[in-house]
Design a protein around this ligand. Structure first.
Ligand code: HEM
Length: 155
């Protein structure tokens, strides 16, 4: 069975919740990434520079929003087209940036875990369920696969 309208709706709905407080959820997302993989700190320019996770850092927010938003866009594409299509230039850029920063395939699992936990906290335990987790998980996985495949062309 493909990605359903219901799954797309669940993703969109929770993205709306995240959007209401980007500074907070961006910070939470990065705290979770570092909690799961402390070593990831040194890959991010804005984390390397300071002891603590910087509050209100535009680059930190930009990365968090990109991950949230592009995963949401992937959900829409999965429902509409049955696959995730990232614009060619964007994908090339994503491949280069991540290879240059020292990102490796397993980091994508770390970010996935942090993403799912951030959304769970955002929408609350009562509303969070397997269905929502799977919808976000699938949209993220397909996007991550596209980026990882592109990264193989940039070593
Ligand atoms: C940079 C998106 C996963 C680490 C970027 C940029 C984008 C992006 C758009 C460029 C930011 C800019 O130019 O402002 C994404 C998306 C991801 C993803 C959509 C997953 C679906 C990851 C993962 C890691 C990672 C798994 C490693 C844990 C980085 C680093 C940079 C970067 C270190 C450079 C940022 C800096 O130092 O300023 N990413 N990313 N990303 N990404 Fe990702």
């Amino acid at each position: 069975m493909g990605f359903t309208e219901k799954q797309e709706g669940l993703v969109k709905e929770s993205w709306e919740v995240l959007k209401q407080d980007i500074p907070h959820f961006s910070l939470r997302f990065f705290s979770l990434i570092l909690e799961i993989a402390p070593g990831a700190k040194n890959m991010f320019s804005f984390l390397r520079e300071s002891e603590e996770i910087p509050q209100n850092n535009p680059k930190l927010k930009a990365h968090a929003v990109k991950v949230f938003k592009m995963t949401c866009e992937s959900a829409i594409q999965l429902r509409e087209k049955g696959e995730v299509v990232v614009a060619d230039t964007t994908l090339k850029y994503l491949g280069t940036v991540h290879v240059k920063s020292g990102v490796k395939d397993p980091h994508f699992e770390v970010v996935k875990e942090a993403l799912l936990r951030t959304i769970e906290e955002a929408i609350g335990e009562e509303k969070w369920n397997e269905e929502m987790k799977n919808a976000w998980g699938e949209a993220y996985d397909q996007l991550a696969e596209a980026i990882k495949a592109e990264m193989k062309n940039h070593h």
